[in-house]
Design a protein around this ligand. Structure first.
Ligand code: LLP
Length: 386
C-alpha cells in the first residue's frame, strides 16, 4: 500500500521541505529495541550523521539509544537533544583539539581512535584536563562491502582506521600512556549493506582478531561493529522497517563474544531512512526534444544523493491520479547533475503538484547546502501537524 501523506497540511507550507513520519520512526525504534534486546549486552547507538534534525534526534533519544558522533558539532547536537554523555561514542579520522577537549569535558563514553598521532594527542589533552580518556581502536578489517564505492570504508585502501598489521604496535603503545585507557575495538565496513554475508565476513575477521589478542591475554570490554544496514529504496512502503531481526541474529550467530563483552552498533540509515521524504512542488512542465521535464523547486542542494552517488529515490506525484506519463524530474540548480530521476513514470504532472521523493530521512536534510544562495530546507515531523 502506498503511504498516505497529510496533503492539506503540505499545501499550507513553503516548499521544499522534509517530512518525517514520527510514528514510523517510533515503530522502527521499538523494533530495534525489541530485536537487540533479545541478546545480552547489545547496545545500539544512533549515527547522528544520518540526520541531526532536533525533533528527530529527540524522538531517537527518547527511545534510549546512545549516540555515535563524528564531530564536535554532532556531540553538541546530541547533548542538546538530551543524549547522556556516557552513551556517546566519537569517531573520525581528523578530530581537532577543541573537539577532543569537548569530548573530554563531557566525559563521553569512548573515543574511537583512528591513528597513532591521534592517540598521542588524546593522551596529551586528557593529561592537561587531568582525566583518563576511554579509547577504542578503529581497526580497518580490510573487508569489502557490496555497496557503492564512495560509501565502503573497511578496505585497506580507505583512509579510515588502523590497519590490522599495526594493531599490536598500537596496543603496546597505549599501555605506556597514562591518560588513556584501552577499552575496545571498533569497526565499520560501509553503508547501505543488504547482503548479510558482508556482516558475516566482518564477524569472522573480528573472531580472528580476538583470538590473536587472546593469545596476548588481552580481552577488551567493548566490541563496536559500526553500522551499515541498508534500506529498500525501490519499495519504501513494502518493508518500511528494515529486517533488524536478521541483522542482530547474524551477529549473534557469527560473532564470538567473550563473557562480559558488550557489543555496540552504530546504525544511521536503517533508523531514519524510510521515515523521511523530501516534499517539493512542480514549478514548470517543460517539453524537451525527446522528453518532458518536471521542473521542481527542490534541488541537489536539498537532497544531494542522486547527484553525488547516482542514488535511486522513488519519486511520486502526491497530488495527481491522472494517467501515467514519463518525465525527467529535475531541480532548479545551475548544474546538469541536478536531476532527481530520469525517465520516471508519474501520474500526469502539472504546475503546482506536490512531488514526494521517498526514503530521504537519512543523509538528506543533513547534507543540504546553500549553493546558489538557497535557503536550507525546513524539516517537519507528523507530530507538528497533530
Ligand atoms: N559508523 C561509522 C563509523 C560510519 O562511518 C557510519 C557512516 C555509520 C556508523 C553509520 O552508517 P549507516 O548505518 O548509516 O550505514 N552519505 C552517504 C552515507 C555515508 C555513510 C558514512 N558513514 C549516503 O548518503 O549514502
Amino acid at each position: 500500500m502506498t503511504k498516505q501523506f497529510p496533503i492539506d497540511k503540505f499545501r499550507t507550507l513553503e516548499t521544499p521541505f522534509y517530512y518525517y513520519d514520527a510514528q514510523l520512526l517510533r515503530e522502527t525504534l521499538s523494533t530495534i529495541k525489541e530485536e537487540s534486546g533479545k541478546y545480552d549486552r547489545y547496545c545500539v547507538h544512533y549515527a547522528v550523521k544520518a540526520n541531526a534534525n532536533p525533533k528527530v534526534l529527540t524522538i531517537i533519544r527518547e527511545s534510549g539509544l546512545g549516540a555515535d558522533c563524528v564531530s564536535g558539532g554532532e556531540i553538541k547536537a546530541a547533548i542538546k537533544a538530551g543524549f547522556p554523555a556516557n552513551k556517546i561514542v566519537y569517531a573520525g579520522v581528523g578530530k581537532t583539539d577543541w573537539e577532543i577537549n569537548l569530548g573530554l569535558e563531557h566525559d563521553i563514553f569512548c573515543f574511537n581512535v583512528e591513528s597513532v598521532p591521534e592517540l598521542e594527542i588524546i593522551n596529551e589533552l586528557a593529561a592537561a584536563q587531568n582525566k583518563i580518556a576511554r579509547v577504542a581502536f578503529r581497526i580497518n578489517p580490510d573487508v569489502g562491502a557490496h555497496t557503492h564505492a564512495n560509501i565502503t570504508t573497511g578496505l585497506a585502501e580507505n583512509k579510515f582506521g588502523i590497519s590490522m598489521q599495526d594493531m599490536d604496535h598500537v596496543i603496546d603503545l597505549v599501555e605506556t600512556m597514562k591518560n588513556v585507557k584501552f577499552v575496545g575495538l571498533h569497526f565499520h565496513i560501509g553503508s547501505q549493506i543488504l547482503d548479510m554475508g558482508d556482516f558475516i565476513a566482518l564477524c569472522n575477521r573480528i573472531n580472528e582478531l580476538q583470538e590473536k589478542l587472546y593469545s596476548r591475554q588481552i580481552i577488551v570490554e567493548h566490541i563496536n561493529v559500526g553500522g551499515g544496514l541498508g534500506i529498500d529504496y525501490s519499495h519504501p512502503d513494502r518493508q518500511a522497517i528494515p529486517d533488524f531481526k536478521a541483522y542482530f541474529e547474524t551477529y549473534h550467530k557469527h560473532l564470538r563474544l567473550r563473557p562480559q563483552q558488550t557489543l555496540h552498533f552504530e546504525l544511521g540509515r536503517a533508523v531514519v531512512g524510510q521515515c523521511g521524504s523530501l516534499i517539493t512542488k512542480v514549478i514548470y512542465v517543460k517539453q524537451g526534444t525527446n522528453k518532458q521535464f518536471a521542473i521542481v523547486d527542490g534541488g541537489m542542494t536539498d537532497l544531494i544523493r542522486p547527484a553525488l552517488y547516482q542514488a535511486y529515490h522513488k519519486i511520486e506525484n502526491l497530488t495527481s491520479e491522472e494517467a501515467v506519463e514519463t518525465y525527467d524530474v529535475v531541480g532548479p540548480i545551475c548544474e546538469s547533475s541536478d536531476v532527481f530521476g530520469k525517465a520516471i513514470d508519474l501520474n500526469k504532472v502539472k504546475r503546482g503538484d506536490l512531488i514526494g521523493i521517498r526514503s530521504a530521512g537519512a543523509y538528506g536534510e543533513i547534507m543540504a547546502s546553500s549553493y546558489n544562495c538557497r535557503a536550507l530546507p525546513k524539516g517537519y515531523t507528523s507530530d507538528d501537524f497533530i
